[in-house]
Write a protein that binds this ligand. Structure first.
Ligand code: 9UX
Length: 69
C-alpha cells in the first residue's frame, strides 16, 4: 500500500542538485510523489517503491542517501 518514506541525502549543494535527485527518484517504479528539501537534506517519497532501489538510483545519480528514522 502507499506510504511516505523519508531519506537523508548527502552531496547536494544547489537547486539543480535537488532537481537531479528528484528526477532520479521519480524514475523508480512505484514512486508517486517526491519532495526534496535542500536545507533539511531530506527526501519525502510517497507511493510504494522498494526503498533500496530508490537509494541505488540516488547513488547512481552521484549523491548519497540513507534511510532516515
Ligand atoms: Mo549545482 Mo549539484 O551547480 O550536483 S548541480 S552543485
Amino acid at each position: 500500500s502507499s506510504k511516505v518514506q523519508q531519506l537523508l541525502l548527502s552531496g547536494m549543494t544547489c537547486a539543480s542538485c535537488v532537481a537531479s535527485v528528484e528526477k532520479a527518484i521519480k524514475q523508480v517504479t512505484g514512486v508517486d510523489t517526491v519532495s526534496v528539501n535542500l536545507a533539511e537534506r531530506t527526501a519525502l517519497i510517497s507511493g510504494n517503491p522498494d526503498i533500496k532501489t530508490v537509494i541505488a538510483a540516488i547513488i547512481a545519480a552521484g549523491y548519497g542517501a540513507e534511510i532516515s528514522e
